[in-house]
Design a protein around this ligand. Structure first.
Ligand code: AMP
Length: 132
């Protein structure tokens, strides 16, 4: 069965998309742990991140770097952190987490409340700065 991320890639489920290339899509996490929490997802459905072929993993990190820079310019965090977990959705992806303070908890499940209006605003602002 297709993963929820494959359904997003196919356009069957909506998302707050910030970027798309031939091989990747990036969108805001629906349960953010920080404003601007973004997922970078290879379109090829592979469960475990470390099973990605080398070239695809390299491309995933290149795309993640570009989007992290766009997040930094847009939201001005101290820096943007990275989580690779994959315990909920069996489709490899990178979490980009803007870190706004030194002691910010960077763990999935520690959600923050971001309104739909703010999600739309953030998505547009990051998307405008991504050059892929
Ligand atoms: P994990 O698989 O543990 O790395 O976490 C999966 C992440 O995907 C979680 O942070 C979820 O909030 C996020 N997520 C699940 N479904 C969606 C969706 N439809 N749109 C955006 N993010 C999602």
């Amino acid at each position: 069965m297709a993963t929820i991320f494959s359904k997003i890639i196919e356009g069957d489920i909506p998302c707050h998309k910030v970027a798309e290339t031939d091989n990747h899509i990036a969108f805001l996490d629906i349960n953010p742990i920080a404003e601007g929490h973004t997922l970078v997802v290879p379109k090829k459905e592979i469960d475990y991140f470390f099973d990605l072929p080398d070239a695809l993993m390299e491309e995933t990190m290149d795309v993640s770097k570009t989007i992290a820079k766009a997040i930094d310019e847009t939201l001005n965090p101290l820096r943007t952190g990275v989580i690779v977990q994959g315990l909920e959705v069996p489709h490899a992806h990178v979490h980009l987490i803007p870190l706004y303070k030194e002691n910010q908890v960077m763990a999935l499940g520690h959600n923050v409340n971001v309104s739909e209006d703010r999600m739309l605003e953030i998505k547009k602002q990051i998307a405008a700065r991504v050059d892929l």
